[in-house]
Design a protein around this ligand. Sequence first.
Ligand SMILES: Cc1cc2nc3c(=O)[nH]c(=O)nc-3n(C[C@H](O)[C@H](O)[C@H](O)COP(=O)(O)O)c2cc1C
Length: 158
Amino acid sequence: MAKQALILYYSQFDTTAKLASQIHRLTGADILRIKVAAGTFPDDMTATDKIYKQQRASGQLPALTTKLPKLDYYDTILVGGPVWDGQIASPIMQLLKQLQGYAGVVAPFSTGWSATGNYQQDFRAHAGKLHVVDGYHVLTHAAPRFAVPTLATWLRKL
Ligand SMILES: Cc1cc2nc3c(=O)[nH]c(=O)nc-3n(C[C@H](O)[C@H](O)[C@H](O)COP(=O)(O)O)c2cc1C
């Protein structure tokens, strides 16, 4: 991946953060953690799920408190997030809205517990006209698990 790349990621419990750091180490890409206001999501999966379902139903997405850098400097943006209900998390929905108009490649990556579900399809469905490529999706308690060779193979294709 001999390009100018930016890693943007959201992570509630730091699993996606670890994957984002690995990608950063392997690529040297710039990296930025996307945050929402403190208290938006409780430190509990079931309670977070309830809020997430409401957000998806109402379309009221959480505002991002992270200011994005100038994106036209980058050829590729790698967008990482956790799998929520087999879909993208609401901060990633919000991020994809803010990325509209970006002309480079958008490459999703995700971490889930045991089932990636429709993550890639949902990502594309919320990406508008962004140029989305096939992502790197791994699980912590089922296959496919994270492995440096599979990550490196994916990164080489970008
Ligand atoms: C609201 C919510 C829904 C989730 N839904 C799924 C799911 O559908 N499939 C799955 O494998 N893991 C699911 N998980 C688990 C997370 O995807 C998984 O633990 C992920 O690695 C967490 O990443 P993070 O630490 O970066 O937030 C869910 C977690 C939350 C909070």
